[in-house]
Design a protein around this ligand. Structure first.
Ligand SMILES: [Zn+2]
Length: 461
């Protein structure tokens, strides 16, 4: 008991020894009046627009970002380049030839193989789910075009994306292994606009690239009706598919890095960020200009409030969409510096933060309590599931670095995700400000925490 009292007194002494910024005032000001995040999203989506990984547009985004970060007063702004294979979209068209001739709306999935310029014609074999496709006899699909549907629904935590996304991630490889000549999946999305959702997939070992595309959701449901009626009439559904994407070889991508230097190098670094690249169809406003803007604007607020104890490193990752090249490269290049004590990523749109998840060491319970208290006025409760950071920072979290996730409301996210509709107008300025407020509050507490931020047992996920 005496020891506990002594420890508490010591913590109190150290806590008061390090000047703490007025986190509540900084949070409330961001909520009321942040304009930097919106400016950054508007500028990036307007001045650069779509920025597919490895292209000249993504290179322009890096130049834009480095200039902006320097102009905002960040330190150690630099670009770290790396090489990667690049796939680009070509022509994409499809039509039902029989029994009910009509056009279909689709888009190629990342790394899709190509058809000849005049296309291919084949019979379609359809499955209601990836599970049904897996369970079907392999011989059923040989020489055919596979269609895989699913039943993803919108929800706040976005948890449908993992399981239902298997149709996109694993469907093309399985179809290729089974001798199919192509595959169409129902878009991994939740809207009823006639916009297909693209996304990456990679053909596994021994799977020859075949044409792989996503139908818009209305077109996928049309395809299901056509298949049902054709089957009742005992007649096949035949389509023509034209997809002419290309692998254009090795190109350069890169990560843009900026810092708010801390006053105490021994206290470690807080690593945050989002990704700079986007898919090619929209302007990548919610995915992920928003994450770039939210993390930059919040770090900028901490910088303006005075030097924090810990360094805040903002990394704007390249080539996330096409396979996490930038995140993997950053982890590989910098893990041995062993300075990162906490990671947090913003890559789930621009809608409000609705809960917070932690993966902190048992010894950092008081830090967790203080972050929770700083977020509570924004109506953000605690998610009891452990934080895992996001795609680009997951390597750090899995290696035992503490993580905090500011979970964003995903109800609308998959209406626009990876579609031509991912544009600036989908962002609600008030919700964007709430994100900056939540990030400012979290960063203010963790960057200035007087106690040590300890390594953790990686979250099991
Ligand atoms: Zn993203």
């Amino acid at each position: 008991m005496r020891n506990a009292l002594f420890a508490a007194a010591l913590l109190l002494t150290t806590t008061t020894a390090i000047a703490q910024p007025d986190t509540a005032a900084m949070r409330d000001e961001a909520l009321r009046s942040d304009s930097l995040a919106w400016q950054l999203v508007e500028d990036l989506t307007t001045e650069v627009g779509p920025r597919l990984a490895g292209t000249e547009a993504e290179a322009r985004a890096r130049t834009w970002a480095a200039e902006r970060l320097r102009g905002l007063g960040f330190s150690n702004v630099r670009i770290e380049t790396f090489d990667m294979p690049v796939w680009v979209r070509g022509e994409e068209r499809a039509e039902i030839l029989a029994p009910f001739p009509q056009p279909l709306v689709l888009t190629a999935l990342g790394n899709s193989g190509a058809t000849p310029a005049r296309g291919i014609e084949a019979e379609v074999v359809g499955y209601d789910s990836m599970e049904a496709f897996r369970a079907a006899p392999a011989a059923e699909v040989r020489g055919k075009i596979v269609f895989v549907s699913h039943n993803m629904q919108a929800n706040q935590d976005g948890s449908g994306y993992g399981p239902f996304g298997a149709a996109r991630r694993d469907g093309p490889t399985l179809a290729s292994q089974r001798g199919a000549v192509g595959i169409l999946v129902r878009s991994i999305g939740t809207d009823y606009h006639r916009n297909p959702h693209t996304g990456v997939q990679s053909f596994g070992e021994g799977a020859r690239p075949i044409p792989a595309a996503a139908l818009s959701i209305p077109d996928a449901e049309q395809m299901q009706r056509v298949l049902t009626r054709a089957s009742a009439r005992n007649t096949p559904v035949r389509i023509r598919l034209v997809l002419t994407p290309r692998q254009i070889g090795t190109r350069q991508s890169g990560n843009v890095i900026a810092e708010v230097p801390g006053s105490d190098p021994s206290a470690g670094t807080i690593l945050i960020g989002g990704h700079l690249d986007s898919w090619d169809m929209g302007t990548g406003a919610i995915d992920n200009a928003a994450g770039v803007a939210i993390t930059t604007a919040a770090a900028h607020r901490i910088m303006r409030a005075g030097q924090p104890r810990r360094t805040i490193r903002v990394v704007l990752f390249g080539a996330e969409e096409v396979g996490l090249f930038g995140g993997n490269e950053h982890f590989r290049r910098h893990r041995e510096a062993n300075d990162v004590v906490l990671v947090s990523e913003s890559d789930f749109g621009a809608d409000r933060v609705w809960r917070v998840a932690f993966n902190l060491a048992p010894g950092n319970q008081d830090l967790q309590r203080r972050v929770t208290a700083a977020l509570a006025p924004l109506g953000i409760p605690v998610n009891r599931a452990p934080a895992g950071a996001g795609a680009d920072l997951g390597g750090w979290a899995r290696s035992g670095v503490a993580a905090i996730d500011l979970n964003q409301d995903g109800t609308r996210y998959f209406d626009y995700h990876h579609t031509p509709d991912d544009t600036l107008d989908k962002i609600d300025p008030a919700q964007l400000r709430q994100n900056v407020a939540a990030w400012t509050a979290m960063l203010s507490v963790v960057a200035n925490a007087p106690e040590r931020i300890e390594p953790v047992t990686p979250a099991q996920r």
